[in-house]
Unconditional design. Structure first.
Length: 545
């Protein structure tokens, strides 16, 4: 172990020298977000990059030996990117003394396995709590004050209203980004950074420290009022109605502007969380301007602020976060609820590209990845606790990630050209239809086919995506789906299947397999990928009178 540690130290030293030379000559190409039409894509080394990722469990990156036994498995799942925590308490065990040996070993192994990294800054808050702040912060409440609940009791979370808390977090984060620049600006192993983790106040809607109470009684900052007034027609319905119900006032306290309720308290918290995060983000970007985002713990229906983490970057608070944290590039959902499509739609808003940093790791994860990337042009997808995937070599997620990897250039072009669609089907949503190019597509659940092998019980979730590569030619990837095709002018022209073929890509070249023009396509009636099979199929259509 000592020998390995020395190798990491030497490796880091050499990289720092190399990257400093490159950075000083202004030759670095920092990963960045580039907008093409209505879609935003991540660019790495000046090329669009699709993030096929997984996130480690919260503690999995805290030990070199624990992680060493899992790198091979992670790569075999088919990831090209790993989301991995950076623990403030481990990199700054003493104030002002930083230890990056763990970080450097992670970067070293990521390069060894040809993986990109997205670092998750577990700084002031992780899932609302301040569990990863250094012990020298936890034990000095006078200098680093805690949030207080309604009863005035201190909680296991730093107060967002403390300039000292904010400054020390920003200082540590800036030091981290400076180190990343030194060790990685030439390699671009780290492609994005998440700032904090699932911010939000619980179990109350807001803090009740003396400073919080003072701020709550003060007038709403002009900075926020001016933003709301300028963007009035673009406000979320919830925020617009609260402001409207109180007369669209442009000066006054939080309750005078938005009313006396828990939602006003949540807006208040969202503003100060956003300002805090923006301060930390600016400090980090000054050292190395990687794309940075904030993730959200989502709110359940009929739950009130405080029952869920109040003030986080949720859709009804987007305007507050956009106004308070302009340095953040986008806001992201951690989706663990069944209504996956609804949450994708809520986060795929104007000027907010979709990236899903956490999703449930279950039997439907692979379908959700296809759907988000295809339908909402997500820049990436990442199930949580990826190292815990059972029987990973035979899992559907591994199968789909390897198929997606083959299609990456085609998917990225499809996103740019708006020639890609995704679909998600179940027993309640058996079919959908849409236009792509000169054809109308109808996508149906495989169980609608009379000869499908149906398992007892509830219909499984199925889905996939279709990508147009020419006016009459398409790639389809998915599971448990049936596609039929119509001309957009059915009274004049019919649409037929010229051929369907299985296949795969080798070095971006399509290698055809079986020609499926017989029973597999119901004698030219449809394209079908049965349930429990994950495939790529290529279909060429033609039109006839």
């Amino acid at each position: 172990m000592r020998k390995k540690f020395n190798i990491y130290v030497l490796f880091s030293f050499l990289l720092i020298i190399s990257n400093n030379l490159v950075y000083s000559q202004n030759n670095i190409k920092v990963p960045n977000l580039t907008k093409n039409g209505n879609v935003t894509q991540l660019h790495v080394n000046d090329k669009p990059f699709l993030i096929l990722a997984g996130e480690l469990g919260n503690s999995s990156a805290s030990d070199i030996n624990y992680l060493a036994t899992r790198w091979k498995k992670i790569k075999e799942i088919g990831l090209n990117t790993l989301l991995i925590p950076v623990y403030w308490e481990l990199i700054e065990p003493e104030e002002g003394k930083f230890d990056y040996s763990l970080i450097d070993s992670i970067i070293f192994n990521a390069r060894k396995y040809n993986l990109k990294l997205i670092f998750l800054w577990f700084g002031s808050w992780k899932n609302s709590m301040s569990c990863y702040v250094p012990s020298w912060i936890k034990t000095d409440q006078n200098r680093f004050p805690r949030a207080k609940n309604k009863e005035g009791k201190s909680m296991e979370m730093l107060s967002v209203f403390s300039n000292e808390n904010r400054a020390i977090d920003a200082k540590a984060f800036a030091n981290l980004m400076n180190h990343i620049r030194k060790i990685d600006s030439n390699e671009n192993t780290i492609i994005m950074v998440q700032v904090e983790n699932e911010i939000g106040m619980i179990p109350d809607a807001r803090e009740y420290s003396d400073e919080a109470n003072k701020k709550y009684s003060e007038n709403v900052p002009n900075e926020l009022i001016n933003y709301l007034d300028k963007n009035k027609q673009l406000l979320s319905p919830e925020l617009y109605n609260l402001w409207k119900d109180n007369g669209f006032k442009k000066s006054g306290s939080w309750e005078e502007i938005f009313g006396q309720n828990v939602y006003t308290e949540e807006i208040f918290m969202a503003w100060y969380y956003a300002k805090y995060v923006d301060f930390v983000t600016k400090a980090g970007k000054k050292e190395y301007p990687l794309p940075m985002y904030v993730n959200a713990a989502l709110n359940r229906p009929n739950y009130s602020p405080g029952q869920y983490p109040s003030g986080g970057p949720l859709p009804h608070l987007f305007n507050i976060w956009k106004a308070g944290a302009p340095s953040i590039d986008f806001l992201s959902p951690d989706i663990y609820f069944d209504n996956f499509s609804d949450w994708c739609k809520k986060y795929d808003q104007r000027n907010n590209p979709l990236f899903i940093p956490e999703a449930t790791l279950d039997e439907n994860t692979h379908i959700k990845a296809l759907f988000a990337i295809g339908e909402y042009k997500a820049m990436g997808f990442s199930p949580f606790s990826i190292e815990s995937l059972n029987d990973h070599l035979n899992s559907k997620l591994t199968k789909v990630y390897n198929l997606l990897y083959q299609l990456v250039p085609i998917i990225l072009r499809g996103q740019q050209n708006n020639m890609i669609r995704g679909f998600l089907l179940d027993e309640e949503n058996k079919s959908i239809n849409f236009q792509l190019g000169e054809y109308k597509f109808t996508i149906s659940h495989d169980y609608t086919f009379p000869w499908s092998k149906k398992a007892p019980g509830k219909w499984p979730q199925v889905g996939g995506m279709v990508i147009s590569i020419s006016p009459d030619e398409f790639f389809v990837i998915g599971e448990g789906i049936i596609l039929t095709f119509e001309s957009l002018h059915p009274k004049e022209i019919n649409a037929g299947i010229l051929y369907i073929e299985e296949g795969h890509f080798i070095n971006n070249k399509w290698i055809p397999g079986r020609r499926l023009n017989g029973d597999e396509s119901h004698q030219g009636r449809h394209l079908r990928i049965p349930h429990n099979e994950c495939q790529i199929q290529r279909v060429k259509l033609y039109r006839y009178h």
